[in-house]
Write a new protein. Sequence first.
Length: 300
Amino acid sequence: MIEGLHHVYDERGPGRREALCGIDLTIGDGELVGLAGPTGSGKSTLVQHFNGLLKPAAGRVVVDGIDLWEPGPEQHRRLAEARRRVGLVFQFPEQQLFEETVFADIAFAPRNQGLPDDEVDRRVREAMDLVGLPPELAERSPFALSGGQMRRVAIAGVLAMRPRTLVLDEPTAGLDPQGRAELLAHLRRLHREAGLTIVLVSHDMDELAALVERVILLRDGRVVADGPAAEVFARQDVLAACGLRPPAVAQLMGELHQRGVPVPPAVLSVDQAERALLAVADRLPLFRSSRPPATGGGRR
Ligand SMILES: Nc1ncnc2c1ncn2[C@@H]1O[C@H](COP(=O)(O)OP(=O)(O)OP(=O)(O)O)[C@@H](O)[C@H]1O
Ligand SMILES: [Mg+2]
């Protein structure tokens, strides 16, 4: 839970910049949330507050009932606990890989925590499985892998701490379409099967439409929309003010709806669109199987 959160960079310097201006939001256990907004709107700043990496200028950050910045002798322990519960994957996390093997990289944080070898071993294998890395890659150098695989190694390194919440800052940026699709499929699986709460920062509305249930839109350090994905994507004026376009599928289906095609106005995924279009196909002259065969009558 975040309450009245303000963040100011370079508070007393020449580059003073209020990056977050009073954010209130609550993310419930097991939610799958998308965080979007234009460049510089404060997305990365906000997610670094989720596990206490940044300190608020004002406001409260509460993780599972732990008030992170409440002064007191226990503060250090509270921050450490928050960082264990909320795993944060930075943008281009593969730039922080540095060990000689995939195994050592993923094992880094649990080893640092002082866990015994067999537990570290178990955690690494579990994390590799969760992101779909085959076990035989464990002894390879992370730098010999594809871009998508390297990023999954970095995510596995965070999962090895067994966080309940996984926050990913632009996790598909720079990946090719296959790497992107694979990563999204694994995130979906982490949510459905492992029950993780996931917060996904993304510029890509199609990606969010395909994955998340709730969308939070930031602009100039403020929340300008927060609600079910279909509702937020239907608010074209708010999206336009953020310089964002609704997902392509939503745009197309909305247009068809407006032109009188009997499809629902708010459709977010290609699958839903396919079902909706097939359901009305027989009623559309273009698709009618009983239409008269072309006779060539118009031919010269
Ligand atoms: N370390 C920093 N020092 C000073 N200002 C910063 C720092 N990091 C970010 N800012 C400023 O704070 C504001 C919010 O930046 P932030 O990186 O959170 O935005 P963002 O929404 O993540 O943008 P992007 O989509 O480009 O990643 C911007 O004006 C940015 O220039
Ligand atoms: Mg950012």
